[in-house]
Design a protein around this ligand. Structure first.
Ligand SMILES: Cc1ncc(COP(=O)(O)O)c(C=O)c1O
Length: 479
């Protein structure tokens, strides 16, 4: 077995240029985890695009709320009335957070972005030959639900991964009268590109279509303004998830035109959705209750309200400033490591216009192996693969059709040993340059071939594991 590369423990986080300002606000940020070869290292979470850790002010809010927690709506007890108030207050915060008018739009609480999109796809009044235009950049959650509801037409991406706007305009014009909806992501979970959704909204409206924006990645990192419906650049529908914005307690959001949710039967029927039931008929109640059947995720909604409150109190300027500076720094450093290829936009001077989500590969090494080494030897948590965006990642990597077909066959035969993909790092408000230094030190070592031996591939899962790192989680956590 090779010796591990020399590793220096990361120094304590410095409070330079605002660094560390947010660190003490994040739960679990200083936890140490076991690494291969023995010992422990501070865990570095660079997987914020998947889920962010919980903010302390959010935890504090729900601990405080738990003293008063009770079921919402129609309960006459003080705690139930208070819980109803807290739940609805979070809804009000969402309205303000995305600048939506309660007269025009309804804010619905769901489980996550995926459920929100499925909900909208089931509710949108598509005619039989309607088309949904979407892009090759999308997360599967903003693609597959539309296939169940309408004919999906894809707008292409340019070689660097940006949406091909000429193709978008052409397809909007070509499907005029048939394109009912443009479903597009606010920001990519793979390359961090931010789409100019207001421009797209104008184009969609001009072509007679409405626009849905998947804001799962955008909402934690940029302000959102849905604008009034009289504005040609307004957004008709929007979804996001609280677990990506420091409130990981199970709530998602769907915002949309009231009329769409008022027609037809509720998506789910049952408790809370009716005004009157007799043995023959049910008379549906008003929004939001008619589209939020059963007991909602009250704690999740209160947690989201607390996260929004924190972000607004801190101010977007600080959040964006910190994440931009981290992204620029990371790109500068990654670009200088021989053997590391960054996909999408690798130019640090463009950091202000994109999110801190960076996909990369290390020459000749599998992305899954690199991610495993980062985790096992350096305690750096990343993600690897296609990030639920298979078509997009294949475009970024230039995978040819024949190669893609062969890969599909291997995967269907339960062999994921060679699948295209990248490693992805993604930053949150609490990450630091010091952490990026550790990432880059690790990548330099890996690219130079100085990582440990002893990684084994689980072919079916496409993951690398170590036999000397038995996972004894029950010894860590008593759940
Ligand atoms: C752009 C985008 N859309 C949708 C989703 C799905 O979000 P959720 O898992 O919260 O439903 C994700 C999750 O990573 C995402 O990045």
């Amino acid at each position: 077995m090779k010796k591990p590369g020399k590793r220096t423990d990361p120094p304590a986080v410095k409070n330079q240029a605002g660094e560390g300002d947010f660190r003490h606000l994040v739960v679990g940020v200083d936890e140490k985890v076991p690494v291969a070869g023995g010992g422990k290292r501070p865990y570095i979470n660079l997987d914020n695009a998947a889920s962010t850790p919980a903010l302390r002010p959010v935890i504090d809010a729900i601990v405080e709320f738990s003293r008063w927690y009770s079921n919402v709506h129609r309960g006459t007890g003080y705690k139930s009335r208070l819980s109803s108030w807290a739940f609805e207050r979070s809804r009000d915060r969402v309205y303000r957070f995305v600048h939506a008018s309660p007269k025009e739009k309804i804010v619905l609480f769901t489980r996550n972005t995926t459920e929100s999109i499925n909900h909208l796809a089931g509710k949108f009044p598509f005619r039989s030959d309607d088309v949904v235009l979407t892009t090759v950049m999308e997360h599967h959650s903003n693609e597959l639900p539309w296939r169940k509801a309408a004919r999906v037409v894809h707008v292409g991406v340019l070689p660097d991964g940006r949406v091909d706007e000429a193709d978008l305009r052409e397809k909007l014009a070509g499907h005029r009268g048939k394109a009912a909806l443009l479903a597009v992501t606010g920001a990519s979970n793979v390359t961090g590109f931010i789409n100019p959704v207001h421009r797209y909204a104008r184009w969609a409206h001009e072509a007679g279509a409405k626009i849905f924006v998947d804001a799962a990645q955008l909402a934690p990192h940029r302000p959102i303004d849905m604008k009034p419906s009289g504005d040609p650049e307004h957004l008709d529908f929007l979804a996001f998830s609280a677990h990506k914005m420091y409130a990981p307690f199970g709530v998602g959001v769907l915002v949309g035109e009231r009329g769409v949710f008022e027609q037809g039967d509720p998506t789910l029927v049952g408790g809370g959705t009716v005004d009157i039931v007799n043995l023959e008929n049910a008379y549906w109640t008003d929004l939001p209750d008619r589209e939020e059947a059963g007991t909602p995720d009250i704690v999740g909604a209160v947690a989201l309200g607390a996260a929004i409150r924190w972000i607004e109190g801190t101010g977007w300027r600080k959040v964006i400033g910190h994440e931009t500076s981290l992204t620029a720094y990371a790109l500068e450093r990654l670009n200088r490591i021989p053997g590391v290829t960054v996909y999408g936009d690798a130019d640090p001077s463009n950091a202000a216009g994109r999110l801190g989500v960076i996909p990369f590969n290390v020459d000749s090494l599998s992305h899954a192996l690199v991610a495993s080494i980062l985790s096992h030897e350096w305690a750096v948590g990343t993600r690897s693969g296609c990030f639920c965006a298979h078509p997009y990642v294949k475009c970024l990597l230039g995978v040819e059709a024949a190669e893609a077909k062969a890969m599909e066959e291997r995967i269907l035969a339960r062999d994921r040993s060679v699948i295209p993909g990248t490693v992805r790092v993604s930053f949150g408000i609490y990450n630091t340059r010091t952490e990026i230094d550790v990432l880059c030190e690790a990548l330099g070592t890996i690219a130079a071939g100085r990582h440990m031996d002893g990684y084994h591939l689980n072919k079916e899962r496409g993951e690398y594991y170590r036999t000397d790192m038995e996972e004894n989680f029950s010894g860590v956590l008593d759940v």
